[in-house]
Design a protein around this ligand. Sequence first.
Ligand SMILES: [Zn+2]
Length: 258
Amino acid sequence: MRQPAREEPIAAVTKRRAGRLSAVAAAELQRRAIALDLGAPVAIRVSPRARRLLLRVDAGERRVELVLPAGIPCEHGLRFLAAHRGWIMARLDALPRPVPFAEGESVPVFGVPHTIRHETDPRAAPVVVADGEIRVRGEPAHLARRVRDHLARLAAREFARRARAYAARLDRQILRITVRDTRSRWGSCSSQGALSFSWRLVFAPESVIDYVVAHEVAHLVEMNHGPRFWRLVRSLTPDPETPRAWLKRHRSRLLAYG
Ligand SMILES: [Zn+2]
């Protein structure tokens, strides 16, 4: 299941010119863009296929992306960035605050807010998710990694449980289930029946997880997004529209944790 386009990109139609902007020139432009102080790193790419300058703010990576058609002079790209500084700053401002896995931070687990706490009891389990808290034992330096690993494991277990239940209802076999840190798609299903999910769905409410899992499991039967596919999805999870809208609205939030 592909994620929707991150942001409507700003585009400017430009004349193609002779000569090509080399990777070296792009790197040079990237260095000079730092002086514009845009409030986020700028990634600049030259695309021989691009017909116009494309500018967008990647919410997940929290960075500015500029795609230049081959042959656009360096100065032009820089001027374009400078001219859209206000737009870029407004987009960055509107992004959710990054929430690190750190003591005192609030992180949702299956949509329910949990506060991260350092566990001082040496007999406690390394990570415990209970009573609105994620309690983490051990060196504070390892806290973030422990939270991440634990949530990824929790996600894998929970997604697998739901996927098997749905697959049984459709009388299909799942080859394997993996969780990854994919930022461009929430889930996928291969033609061999291997399912993959973004572990970041662990932050989403259960109804959203149900929908994404049902969506990928339905691909075990229908490898397309036609009417029969959607009928199957609805047979597993009755209202796919609400979670779909939720994912669209909260995508950058899900990418801001950790
Ligand atoms: Zn799909």
